[in-house]
Write a protein that binds this ligand. Structure first.
Ligand code: NAD
Length: 317
């Protein structure tokens, strides 16, 4: 089988891990790395002597079948659009674009060119989300979902706010788990460390009566990544750091067995994402997380920002 010839675009914090995965997988060959920064390009060449390392994507465009975009979010649209126009398959880190209008343009272009475009919503690849149907009773109507993704300040990703950097994962997870679009969003936030939103809570109302509370932050006193769903069936809680599920169902009435705890395997999400990407290309099947999924998450993100700026609850139209 011929390997898929891949370029990694952006060899920064995450790009270097993506490059390792391209090397590790059987289906792919790392033929090029593109980074606009000369020092980063030097590091890339040292780590991957067999790859062609360049500063400009146009220099290697005819040598690749697919590309992985791991540059800052503000550059995604221009790079992705060029690649799809050139009939290349694209894996693009989240958020796939800065603005929804750009994401909509990409969705249409991907369809027209018939290319595979996968969005890098890596949190979807927790093993528990493959088994979530086992717990679907907890998502009955009405139910409340609570997501937290908070940590101490690390000084990274300060070119964007925490809604773009962190909440995008949760907005995608809510759409995936609830399979419903909210009718209204209300958000409150604080700019603590930077000139951008550093801590934000958003409340999403759904027509069915479901509700979601999402908190993300980069100036917190502890590190938490969790998801909790409560309905008349009981509570289903996932610790996304420990990879642990805690369930308090209405049937468990004895105090000593009230909460059941399950563990699930920790997995290499980047490796799994790339594996799915190459399988979609080889088998011509739809990507596991599509450009449309990426666009839907950006749409919700825009309403969160709108509410933060207006100070009001915003109707999602
Ligand atoms: P980074 O700043 O560490 O790296 C970005 C790299 O891109 C730098 O080396 C920079 O020189 C290079 N670059 C900038 N513009 C370029 C251009 N036009 N052409 C080629 N190279 C260019 O950023 P990062 O933390 O690696 O984040 C990159 C992307 O990955 C962001 O969109 C971010 O949201 C996403 N990300 C996703 C996750 C996740 O959980 N899925 C985690 C971290 C970052």
């Amino acid at each position: 089988m011929q390997k898929i010839r891949v370029a990694v675009i952006g060899y920064g914090h995450l790009g270097r891990f993506h490059a390792q995965k391209v090397d590790a997988l059987e289906a792919s060959e790392l033929v090029a790395i593109v980074d606009a920064n000369i020092d980063r390009a030097k590091l890339a060449q040292e780590a991957h002597p067999h790859a062609k390392v360049v500063n400009n994507l146009k220099d290697i465009i005819n040598e690749i079948d697919a590309a992985i975009i791991v540059t800052p979010t503000s550059t995604h649209f221009e790079i992705a659009k060029y690649l799809v126009e050139q009939k290349k398959h694209v894996f693009c880190e989240k958020p796939i674009t800065e603005k929804e209008v750009q994401a909509l343009e990409l969705v249409a272009l991907v369809e027209k060119q018939a290319m595979v475009f996968q969005a890098g919503h890596s949190e979807r690849f927790h093993e528990i989300f493959e088994r979530v149907d086992d717990f679907k009773d907890y998502f009955s109507v009405p139910s409340i979902i609570r997501l937290e993704r908070i940590a101490a300040f690390k000084g990274r990703a300060t070119d964007v706010d925490v809604v773009q950097d962190l909440m995008i994962h949760d907005l995608d997870l809510i759409s995936f788990l609830f399979r419903e679009t909210p009718v209204a969003i209300e958000a409150k936030g604080f700019k603590i460390r930077t000139s951008k939103w550093d801590h934000v809570t958003a409340i999403l109302d759904f027509a069915s009566g479901k509700k979601a509370f999402v908190t993300v932050g980069r100036n917190f006193v502890k590190e938490v990544r969790s998801l909790e769903v409560t309905s008349a069936r009981g509570t289903f809680f996932v610790d996304l750091m420990k990879n642990e599920v805690l369930v308090a169902s209405k049937e468990a009435n004895q105090v000593d067995e009230y909460v059941k705890v399950f563990s699930y395997n920790k997995r290499d999400h980047l490796l799994i994402e790339q594996d799915y990407f190459y399988k979609s290309i080889a088998n011509r099947t739809p990507p596991i997380v599509s450009a449309k999924d990426g666009q839907k998450a950006i749409r919700l993100l825009d309403f969160v920002i709108k509410s933060l700026e207006s100070g009001h609850k915003e109707n999602v139209r």
